[in-house]
Design a binder for this molecule. Sequence first.
Ligand SMILES: C[S@@+](CC[C@H](N)C(=O)[O-])C[C@H]1O[C@@H](n2cnc3c(N)ncnc32)[C@H](O)[C@@H]1O
Ligand SMILES: C[S@@+](CC[C@H](N)C(=O)[O-])C[C@H]1O[C@@H](n2cnc3c(N)ncnc32)[C@H](O)[C@@H]1O
Lengths: 122, 122
Amino acid sequence: EETSFIANVVHAAVTCKENEPIQAIAERIVKQSVNHIVVIDDAGKLSGIVTSWDITRAMAEGRKALADVVTRRVITAKIDEPLETASKRMAQHNISALPVINSERKVLGIVTSEDVAKILGR
Amino acid sequence: EETSFIANVVHAAVTCKENEPIQAIAERIVKQSVNHIVVIDDAGKLSGIVTSWDITRAMAEGRKALADVVTRRVITAKIDEPLETASKRMAQHNISALPVINSERKVLGIVTSEDVAKILGR
Ligand SMILES: C[S@@+](CC[C@H](N)C(=O)[O-])C[C@H]1O[C@@H](n2cnc3c(N)ncnc32)[C@H](O)[C@@H]1O
Ligand SMILES: C[S@@+](CC[C@H](N)C(=O)[O-])C[C@H]1O[C@@H](n2cnc3c(N)ncnc32)[C@H](O)[C@@H]1O
């Protein structure tokens, strides 16, 4: 097996801005059929991540504002790193996606555990 | 690389019954830190699946009853099949988990794309 890199599996991230209501984020998750929404600022830089798990937590805890459920300390990946390293990082943190960013924290895309699992089934 | 089987990665499924309120399911997803809840009947047999994605859809569409969001036609796996086959099935249906059942549809556990991704990072 030759080594896969993030560049081989990364795809466009579905994004949102800080000031969007939770309802709009929930609708985007459903419409785009994804579990992860990357929060970006006006320059396209990473400012957080919100997932269907976070929306579920908002419902479970009766929280209404996006700022209450967004994860700020985001675990990320670089475009040129081996997929194996990124998989280990997801496993270590019990997370199912890594936004891919450049050295200026601009969001280039996202890699999910579903993308990685597809490699095994190739 | 030797072949992995479902038996090597299956783990206990977090379950619920048909008559539980959506709020209780949302709380279980958060408390157990999972994305997939397998719906079982009183004999422990498979009757559906509900995920954090479905809870997000309930919020997006203002649905209140579990019966409105549960997925009934569940794609499953068998304990003795190769993991590669199961990975292909998840990719084909764009889903991130497979309840593992026996010939009587009793739920033995679950395999997620996160479990499969961990194999790559091993
Ligand atoms: C800890 S996981 C538990 C459930 C499941 N393993 C999953 O990934 O959905 C759920 C939490 O992880 C957070 N999360 C997802 N991807 C993340 C990432 N790349 N960096 C930091 N947190 C992340 C989500 O915002 C959510 O609060
Ligand atoms: C089509 S996926 C799209 C988002 C993402 N790929 C994921 O799996 O969460 C979301 C839907 O798949 C359904 N689903 C998850 N696992 C399933 C399974 N094993 N069989 C049938 N449907 C399943 C969920 O109930 C939910 O309605």
